[in-house]
Write a protein that binds this ligand. Structure first.
Ligand SMILES: [Zn+2]
Length: 106
């Protein structure tokens, strides 16, 4: 059985480059948050840990799924395929039938 593990959160960290007068992306903080309600608190914690020359950039949140084969899949797209076994999941981590069983749309 596949199951949703939680929310995969990616936070872009930027640092100001004085020479270039430019906010450069220096790192990503990535983690899995089992409880969706705790995502905002995590982002706040990341912001609090930054130095004065750094700031938070983009934040991406996606569903993290454990496939029936054991592989973990970050569901970034409308349709996400397991690299190991080819099982399909939608953006919300719901398991989809194989493509060949899909009805033609419209
Ligand atoms: Zn799989």
């Amino acid at each position: 059985m596949s199951r949703v593990l939680g929310v995969w959160v990616e936070v872009e960290i930027k640092e100001y480059d004085e020479d270039l007068n430019f906010w450069d992306v220096i790192a990503w903080r990535e983690t899995m948050i089992p409880d969706e309600d705790s995502v905002d608190a995590y982002i706040s914690d990341v912001e609090a840990s930054l130095s004065e020359s750094q700031k938070r950039g983009k934040v991406y949140t996606n569903t993290l799924v454990r496939c029936s084969c054991g592989e973990e899949i970050i569901c970034r797209k409308f349709t996400n395929e397991c690299d190991e076994c080819g099982e399909l999941y939608n953006k919300y981590g719901q398991h989809l039938n194989p493509r060949e069983e899909w009805e033609d749309e419209y």
